[in-house]
Write a protein that binds this ligand. Sequence first.
Ligand code: DGL
Length: 272
Amino acid sequence: MITLDKYYTQKNSPIALFDSGVGGLTVLNELKKILPNENFVYYGDTLHMPYGEKTKAQLLEYSDNIFKFFESKNCKCVVMACNTTSSVIYEDVKNKYNFKLYSIVHSVSEILSKLEIERLGIFATRATITSGAYQTKIAQYNKSINVFGQYCPQWVHIVEENAMNIPKNIEIIRNDLEKMLKNKPEKIVLGCTHYPFLLNVLEKFADKDIFIDPAKPFAQYIANDLKLNHLLNDRKTQQDEFYVSSNPENFKHSAKMFYELPNNPELLIFQN
Ligand code: DGL
């Protein structure tokens, strides 16, 4: 039996976030704007990227190591800054560890369901789209929106390689977008935390107001919940910590467009 006693008593403990790479920084960036007193610990599982091409068993194995690490860091909550793990394993792990877990898909679906539109497109990874998580969660709140998904298997690599301005990649992004636009969405959710890195390219080929980045409402949801539970930190006491499972220099370089890291992240590989 897991109790959340620890979670409810440690308002000065850090907030943990994880993703397969730099994508989760889009969420961290929003959190830091509205929660300047918090300490953060970030883990990018770059060795196993892309998560969107992994099985459920693999995602459970990788995240178990990451969650145990966060427990050892005494984190008060963990933010799944990754739509893929939110979609595929959140229900399996939400009560398993000694911290509260925030899932991006579960937190923003209610907000998305309030959109006054009939056609909503979701760009996400293969695993997120195949799971049907966004479609199912949004339909729980509002059945009148037609939610349709499209996966873009190359986009995460393009972001991790910081290669979105190469003509070949602009073409890939434009083709995927055109395919989506044929379905006449009124709004398009960037349902993978890596995808907001591509906004500069996407906005060349479609009206920028069509895109929704869930990072902002997700960060607001987390801030509201921490406040409600009297868990906001009084003052920042330590530097944010960053860890990756491969290639720290590449992470720092690719992060740059969205987030300026003071140093290379620390290399941390879990042995099973
Ligand atoms: N950024 C993650 C997501 O939101 C994972 C992308 C991947 O590694 O495939 O789904």
